[in-house]
Write a new protein. Structure first.
Length: 264
């Protein structure tokens, strides 16, 4: 009986601690290693990861520098301006380097994604699963985070990733629209992604992404850089994000007309 009372007391205390920093919303304190979380707690972690990686209350603009290293090839670099309006599921990307691709662009409006070629002046339908500009980045890497919507948590555990105490969660997609049907993600105590492993449906590791550093801009976290490794080809892509702004953008930014005018 005494053991049961102690266990209940610890459990209640644990729940109180979980909620104390977010005003009633559970926050996993990673120093408590003796307790397993339930499905609702895991979902709560995903929702908080999404909330930090999405900017629902403002627009977002930044410059992305994408450096590609492929075995046997010269290093390549692509620079693009990214504009997002996460609240309306929109983004626009304008390629500025290399010069041969300058002016090419992408427009995402809800479930539709268009690629614009300034030479032909035509828009062609693209997919979030497609590679971005023949790099190892995917078009889906530039939109807001939707882990809690697209995945269910199959299992979770507390692990150490370098100097970070993390939750490692194994995710299984609940729809066919995602780029990868299974993922492992490492989430630190601030709900920041530190690493992801992306798998095929058969369980083969396809890509690893590491997030070594974040920058804080106007109270929001933005990756400073992240590294993509295509495991089958051993190709590496480093994406650096700079010139971050959360100022409001004109509504006309998120339109085909904007991409056409950029090239005039």
């Amino acid at each position: 009986m005494i053991s049961l009372i102690i266990l209940v007391s610890i459990s209640v205390t644990y729940r109180v601690i979980l909620r104390e920093r977010t005003g009633g919303t559970s926050r996993p304190l990673l120093l408590l290693t003796g307790f397993a979380l339930g499905a609702e707690d895991y979902k709560d972690i995903l929702e908080k990861v999404d909330a930090i990686a999405s900017y629902m209350d403002s627009d977002f603009a930044a410059e992305y520098s994408i450096v590609e290293d492929k075995p046997g090839e010269e290093r390549s670099k692509t620079v693009a301006l990214v504009f997002r309006r996460d609240s309306l599921e929109k983004y626009v990307i304008v390629v500025t380097e290399p010069s041969i691709n300058k002016g090419q662009g992408y427009l995402k409006m809800e479930d539709s994604l268009w690629f614009y070629d300034p030479e032909s002046r035509r828009f062609n339908y693209s997919s979030s699963k497609d590679h971005f500009q023949n790099t190892n980045a995917r078009n889906s890497d530039f939109t807001r985070s939707t882990l809690a919507e697209d995945y269910d948590v199959a299992s979770g555990e507390q692990v150490k990733l370098g100097r970070y105490d993390c939750w490692k969660l194994h995710l299984v997609a609940n729809n066919n629209e995602v780029t990868y049907p299974m993922m492992d993600i490492w989430v630190d105590g601030d709900y920041l992604l530190r690493k992801t492993n992306d798998f095929s449906l058969s369980g083969q590791l396809l890509r690893t992404t590491a997030f070594p550093s974040y920058q804080k801009v106007e109270g929001r976290y933005v990756p400073r850089k992240f590294l993509l490794i295509e495991t089958l080809e051993n190709e590496k892509t480093q994406i650096s994000i700079s010139k971050v702004s959360f100022d409001g953008l004109p509504d006309t930014t998120f339109s085909k007309n904007f991409l056409e005018k950029v090239n005039k």
